[in-house]
Design a protein around this ligand. Structure first.
Ligand code: BDR
Ligand code: CA
Length: 312
């Protein structure tokens, strides 16, 4: 029997919106989820690994989980516990999963699986890019074996969410982001500004969360804190960043508009460290290395979310 499903590897730092993206991947039949590789980011590695394992357990998904980087490559960074809760999953006090992470380091797992699925692998990065940067340092030929690389990160016109100009995933570890954007010939990017343009009405999210499924019940619990935080500060729409990146990854047919441009990561700026600088007018002579998501079919995005939450 042939396996036509596309191998999917998700590098992530769960995180409430990461969890929603993972539910979408768990609910997809055209991709075969081969691994979750985990980094520190939204909260510390101990929590992001535990959260990944717990989500798999709740969903009955038996995918291997690999722990990776517990800090950015060079400079310490602040986490996003104020958004996601101290444990990254809304501090619900859930009973930890019985499963453990694999012994192999995430960066080594990325390389091994890139060989196993050479030319077909869909790599989706939903957190700081530290694990992928480490893999690249060990083996710079990694991009040659990756069919598509989709990243949630950046703010393409410098409307940041963690500083004035920078988005969290890139700002957490700019050196890693620089290595990754310099190495991959074409990264498909769902940036923070695309996320803002694809907000989800809280009333609809609440309706989806009322579905009679263990997934919806668990997700309703872990997202309560962050949805309340978001509603208080950002109004009637909720912005699930990693879920938009996952929609782009799983169902690129929903894309309405993408723009190809050169992107570099600012490492030195006094006010702009960690920002993604797009050469909109292609003045610097660099090759386009990023396909920037400008618009995704909103109804399609919302249907993917509703169905991921209702799945059993
Ligand atoms: C990104 O930062 C994290 O807090 C989210 O999980 C998402 O990956 C949004 O800027
Ligand atoms: Ca994330």
């Amino acid at each position: 029997m042939t396996n036509d499903r596309i191998p999917l590897l998700i590098d992530t730092d769960p995180g409430v919106d990461d969890a929603l993206a993972l539910l979408m991947a768990f609910n997809d039949t055209r991709h075969e989820l081969v691994a979750l590789t985990i980094a520190a980011g939204n909260v510390g590695l101990e929590h992001t690994v535990a959260n990944a394992l717990k989500l798999c357990e709740v969903c009955g998904v038996d995918v291997p989980v690999f722990a990776g980087a517990d800090a950015p490559l060079l400079h310490p960074a602040l986490d996003a516990a104020y958004v996601h809760g101290r444990d990254g999953f809304g501090d619900t006090g859930y009973v930890p999963s019985k499963r453990q992470a694999e012994a192999e380091h995430a960066a080594l797992a990325i390389l091994r699986l890139s060989h196993q699925h050479a030319g077909r692998l869909l790599l989706v990065a939903l957190g700081p890019l530290t694990n992928i940067a480490l893999a690249l340092k060990l083996d710079p030929t990694l991009p040659q074996r990756v069919a598509r690389c989709v990243v949630m990160g950046g703010a393409v016109s410098a409307h940041g969410n963690i500083t004035a100009a920078a988005e969290f995933n890139i700002a957490f570890d700019p050196e890693s982001a620089h290595l990754v954007f310099a190495a991959f010939p074409r990264i498909e990017l769902a940036d923070w500004e695309a996320v803002l343009a694809h907000g989800l009405p809280h009333v609809d999210v609440e309706r989806w969360l009322a579905a009679d499924s263990p997934r919806a019940r668990f997700y309703a619990g872990i997202s309560t804190h962050t949805r309340a935080w978001s509603r208080a500060g950002r109004g009637e729409r909720w912005h699930a960043a990693d879920a938009l990146a996952m929609a782009l990854a799983l169902e690129p047919g929903g894309v309405v508009e993408m723009l190809e441009r050169p992107l570099v990561v600012e490492l030195d700026g006094r006010h702009t460290r960690g920002s993604t600088v797009i050469d909109w007018n292609r003045q610097g002579g660099r090759a386009d290395n990023t396909a920037i998501l400008m618009r995704y079919e909103q109804g399609h995005f919302e249907r993917l979310l509703e169905s991921a939450l209702a799945a059993s």
